[in-house]
Design a protein around this ligand. Structure first.
Ligand code: ZN
Length: 259
């Protein structure tokens, strides 16, 4: 069983009647319902919970973390951001949705501005597969449409992706790399563009399929790496081959080195 945790900011749903009407139980609940089943269990976590619902114990029991945020990116505690990044480096999968391109953990993992252009006009989005046999595209047609979406346009300030799985075209003419994969440490990372809060995107069957596929793809069954940021010193007498020490050095024997 793959254990997914769906993290929702859960702010728009409380402040906007429009969003609450589309997602009466919160966007995170709708996304969890779409992902749950067929070998995947999905629970939710929200920002208002202690430690944003992402305690050490919770992350240790999460195979894939799914993140939706928009309005309150700046309110996410930096300690939790670092905890999420370390979990990814140690092997946890992570999926960032829509406006999570500007979330702290995504930017931390990408190391780039992750900026883009946008327009809120309820226009049609057409997503094209760029990789027909990619596991995240399994069971999908070569293209599918979302009748109402926010536009995100290039240039998208991300590092060059490991793979591009979808490209979007918008009614207004822009295009966007809307499904991209990365490896960060031992963790698989996927960004998926659709999901503006005032449109019913997370009720769409093709989007459900992408989310389920992405959770399966991001799942890393290997044991977590215990200290993913640890850089051990290997003293001369522990080198795999006999080695005579020479030349100047700044480190003392047994010293752990720089951090
Ligand atoms: Zn949006």
């Amino acid at each position: 069983m793959i254990r997914a945790t769906i993290w929702g900011e859960n702010v728009h749903e409380k402040e906007s009647d429009i969003v609450a009407e589309i997602y009466p139980n919160g966007m995170h609940s709708c996304i969890a319902d779409a992902i749950r089943g067929d070998g995947i269990e999905a629970i939710t976590a929200t920002m208002d919970q202690p430690e944003h619902g992402l305690t050490e114990a919770r992350l240790a029991e999460t195979d894939v973390l799914v993140w939706w945020g928009h309005k309150a990116h700046g309110d996410v505690d930096d300690r939790i951001v670092e905890r999420v990044a370390e979990a990814v480096w140690s092997g946890m999968g992570a999926i960032f949705l829509h406006s999570a391109h500007f979330s702290k953990p995504f930017k931390r993992l990408m190391g780039t501005p992750c900026n883009l252009s946008w327009r809120e006009a309820g226009e049609r989005e057409r997503l094209w597969l760029t990789s027909r046999n990619h596991p995240i595209a399994a069971g999908l047609p070569d293209s599918f449409e979302l009748e109402y979406e926010e536009m995100y346009g290039e240039p998208f300030g991300i590092p060059e992706p490991m793979e591009t799985v979808f490209i979007s075209w918008f009614q207004g003419g822009e295009v966007f790399r809307s499904g991209v994969t990365y490896k960060r440490g031992a963790g698989n990372v996927f960004y998926f563009r659709p999901g503006h809060e005032t449109y019913p995107t997370y009720h769409d069957g093709n989007v459900h399929r992408v989310l389920q596929n992405a959770v399966r793809w991001a799942y890393n069954p290997a044991a977590r790496i215990a200290q993913p940021t640890h850089a051990p010193n290997v003293p001369v007498d522990s080198a795999p081959e006999p080695l005579e020490e020479r030349g100047p050095k700044l480190h003392k024997p047994g010293e752990e080195g720089y951090r």
